[in-house]
Design a binder for this molecule. Sequence first.
Ligand code: ADP
Ligand code: F6P
Length: 321
Amino acid sequence: MKRIGVLTSGGDAPGMNACIRAVVRYALNKGLDVYGIERGYVGLINNHINQMNRRSVSDIIQRGGTILKTARCDEFKQLEYMSQAVDNMEAYGIDGLVVIGGDGSFRGAKDIYDNFGIQVIGIPGTIDNDLAYTDYTLGFDTTVNTVLGAINNLRDTMTSHDRVCIIEVMGRKCGDIALYAGLGGGAELILVPEVPFDLAAVVKSIKLNQRIGKTSDIIVLAEGVCKAEELKAKLKEQGVTGSIKTTTLGYIQRGGAPSNQDRVLAAQFGMRAVDLLMEGKGGRVVGIRDNKIIDEEIGEALKMKREFHTDLYNRSRILSM
Ligand code: ADP
Ligand code: F6P
């Protein structure tokens, strides 16, 4: 292995820059040449590839987003475009690729490994924490802290006005952002896609909280359940009285300086990815399990079924009463 490429793909996540920095500097230290590919698979197809040096990644460890930019690229699902991407890599002499992204990006990585034998390593970069083989993905911790800050702010004003607040958070089909931020923020109720939605139970909880004298009621709602406004309308239909406000946090959750936990994870993931490429072990993804950095065959990792922390979820209810 002499030359490697690195790209970020899918939704950006805080810590991607810290990870690019780790890959570039560690690989250079090991005597490899490193190329940055712009806008994920779009750049690979369109030949937007630039050589990187240690200074290319100066002053980025603390920045959210990704200096390599990111994109979603439907063409990459077709063999014809994938083959063009591989030709471009070959023209540069790039024989290993680090893909930082979520499960969609990993499917693309698996495809070029399976079909063209490109040595590829996936690094989990997504705020959603929706990959089964790893306890944490890059960006998740930062996002949870961003949501936590929002819950704190909203709590202040909701308490002052004796209001109910529905806070809609991201996560696609995964409720981890809602669970962790809701638990940390002392939410009265956390609604996630992994647990069947029970409108009667939500109504009962709000009414109980009003009766026992709670001065605010924070409901953290994962986007995979429904929209905040839809839930509000249903609650009104069910005769819930009092003021109900909604806040959809949106893209604010994806930006911002990465937490130290995400920066450390970025460094560990980046270094393991380069080590694997140097050992000729392509077709793998890196992760963290039980506080240890691990790697897994990419196909196996994608097949694993995510387990939601149901016990933690159920017990969080006890603390919010
Ligand atoms: P994420 O990586 O955050 O899950 P997406 O699901 O949008 O984001 O996937 C990012 C990109 O990965 C897609 O735009 C596409 O280029 C590529 N991709 C996704 N699924 C596949 C697939 N089945 N085969 C090949 N490439 C894929
Ligand atoms: O997968 C990350 C994520 O931020 C999800 O939480 C969210 O639903 C989605 O991406 C938004 O994607 P887009 O950038 O396409 O609007």
